[in-house]
Structures are given as C-alpha cells and as structure tokens.
Design a protein around this ligand. Structure first.
Ligand code: SAH
Length: 345
C-alpha cells in the first residue's frame, strides 16, 4: 500500500461490514496499520482539566443534571505542572479535555495554550477537546498555538443525536467539526458503539461518515451506561462492534490516528490491546492529578484511577505491545499530511 493510499472505498467498507468475519477484519486492520503507521504506538498525555459541564447529554456522567458528583476545575498552574511532569516522561502531546465549562471560556483556554507552548516550544503538541465553540473561537485557539482538536460526532443518526443531546442537532455538531478543520487544526472526531437506539446501519454509517469527513484522528469506544444518567438501565453491548469499527476505520482511513480508548479498556481488561491488534496506533495515558481522575466519570468502571506512577503505567504496557509486534513512541505524531507540509516549510 502506498503511504498516501486513499483507503478502502465506501462500497468495500460496506461489504466488509456485512460479510467479513471479525478475525479476518482484525488481521487486515492490523496489517494495514503496520504498513502505513509502522510499529509505533504513539502516546498522548490526557489531562481532564474540568468536569463542570453546561451540557446535559443523556449518556454522559458529567452531564449538568448529575448532582451526585463532585465538581472540580484544575487551576492553570496545576495544568502547567502536569505538562512539566509529562515532559519529564518524554510525552510530546498533551490533550486537554473537559466539559463545556463557562469558566473555561475560549480566551482563558487560549492564554493557557500560550503558556503551555511557551514552556514546551514546538517539541510538544497541544490538543484541545472542550466541545462546541464558534468558528472564530477555533481560529483563536489555533492562533494561540493549539495544534489539534477532538470533537466526536457521537452518532451519525440525526434523530438519535437530537434525542441524546436535548435538541442540539447533528448538523450543528458536524458544522463544528468542519469549522475545526477550517481553522487549520488537526481534527479528531468519532463515535460510540452500542448506543441505545443505534441500529446496525447507523454503526456502518458512523464509519462511512468518519471517512467522508477525512478525519485526521478517529476516537471510538463502547457506550457504557452510567448509573446517574437517564440511560442508566440501558443494555451494555459487548466490545466486538468497537473492534470491528477499529479495523474498518483503519481500512477506510489508513493514515488516521486511531486511539485504543479508555472506554474499551474499561469494558474489557484487554480492550485497548484488542483495539491495537485491530489497527489502533495511539494510547492516551491519563496524567490528570490522581485525586480528580475518579471525578471525571463519563462512565463507570474507568481504568487507571489509582496509578500514581504514570511512568510505570506507561512502561508497563511495553511487554504487551511487544507481543503485538508494537513499540512505544514518544514522537509528536502529527497527522501525516501535516508532518509532510511542515517539512516543506
Ligand atoms: N465536552 C467535550 C468532551 C466530551 S467527553 C466534547 O463535547 O467533545 C469525551 C467523550 O466521552 C464524548 O465525546 C463521548 O463520546 C464519550 N462518553 C461520554 N459518556 C460516555 C459513556 N457513558 N460511555 C462511553 N463513552 C462516553
């Protein structure tokens, strides 16, 4: 496969989705990943900087309506300390994820990004993930030095989207994804598998929409019902849909960065390893202050809550990765198109 391969067509993805057995899909996803991304599994240090949220998404544990959780908000100095600690561990991407917290308005986020970048220089990339903002706000974030933005479309079914997000529309969310792209940020989106009300066709369309959007990064994980949400009594689906989606995304978007997600690891002990075996190439160790990690409870059973020694936790993954024919990489891991355009500058 050529390094800039366009990947499998819609038609091919559709055929694989309905007819190819999981084991074969996994093998194909892994082989494609080895060809396009090599053996490296990239690391991104995840900082969950606030769990205050104005949104009331039915599936999410930090939704506004959940009054049973302790709310927290990290201070700028604390975030900078986490970045400094991450740099000591050689991490070169920091992902700042949070709820839609009015106190963390875009200007404040931009000042923070400037301070992080002043500290790291171009050696580290900053990824933001803080929900729907205006096109001008995404441009400000890019001007402040942010490199990437994560904003999942969650589900490709417009009716289901509106039901889950209190009248907000899928069209608005997709406009936000496109605005992120237009602002010049490397763009990640993605979806949950096994959402209640999501049909097999929607699960396929999630993959096709990811391809259509030409995403640089696609995050996928299983929906896990949270007891303090309106979806508490929904059925927990297995991990297979996530594993199949990972392999299909790798075939559809050979050069996209695909994280082995914490939600997959929370549903099954080897969930992240299974995703890597199917074509994922990114791990996101959680470097949030330990005390607050449990409060960023999007779903129950979240892993890595007790790790104080992030370095040990990261290095602990090495033997498993080796058995999968993979090795850890501390590179920035930009989307390929960005790395090649940067080289030309
Ligand atoms: N406020 C940001 C970040 C959202 S939290 C934003 O709007 O983009 C990050 C992701 O966690 C969400 O995009 C969603 O896909 C996932 N998530 C939330 N609740 C979940 C649940 N119950 N099970 C699995 N994943 C969940």
């Amino acid at each position: 496969m050529k390094p800039n391969s366009p990947g499998a067509s819609r038609h091919q993805i559709q055929n694989h989705f309905f007819t190819t057995p999981t084991e074969e899909l996994v093998q194909r996803g892994f082989a494609t990943c080895q060809q396009t991304m090599g053996k490296s599994v990239l690391l991104r240090g995840l900082i969950e900087f606030t769990n205050h949220c104005n949104c009331n998404c039915l599936y999410c544990g930090i939704r506004r309506g959940n009054q049973a959780i302790r709310r927290y908000r990290l201070a700028e100095e604390e975030i900078l300390e986490l970045v400094a600690r991450g740099r000591e561990l050689q991490l070169s991407t920091f992902v700042l994820q949070g709820g839609e917290d009015p106190e963390w308005h875009t200007d404040r986020i931009c000042r923070l990004v400037e301070r992080i970048k002043a500290f790291t220089g171009p050696a580290a990339a900053v990824t933001l993930s803080c929900g729907n903002r205006t096109p001008a706000e995404y441009r400000s974030m890019a001007s402040a030095g942010a490199d990437r933005y994560l904003i999942r479309f969650e589900t490709s079914d417009p009716e289901l989207y509106a039901r889950l997000h209190h009248g907000q529309s899928l069209a608005e969310r997709l406009d936000a994804v496109r605005a992120v792209q237009a602002a010049g940020l490397q763009t990640g989106s993605g979806f949950m598998t096994g959402l209640p009300g999501q049909t097999v066709e929607t699960e396929l369309n999630n993959i096709l929409l990811s391809k259509e959007l030409e995403l640089d990064m696609v995050g996928v994980g299983p929906f896990i019902p949270h007891p303090q949400t309106p979806l508490a009594s929904s059925r927990q689906q297995g991990l297979e849909a996530t594993i199949r989606a990972t392999a299909l995304l790798r075939l559809a978007l050979p050069q996209a960065h695909l994280p082995a997600t914490t939600s997959a690891g929370s549903l099954a002990a080897d969930g992240r390893e299974q995703m890597i075996a199917a074509g994922a190439n990114v791990l996101m160790p959680n470097i949030t202050t330990k005390d607050f990690r449990k409060d960023y409870a999007l779903y129950p059973g979240k892993i890595c809550l007790d790790e104080t020694d992030i370095e040990g936790a990261v290095q602990g993954l090495v033997p498993t990765l080796a058995t999968l024919g993979k090795k850890l990489s501390f590179a920035r891991g930009d989307a390929p198109i960005w790395s090649s355009s940067n080289q030309q500058i």
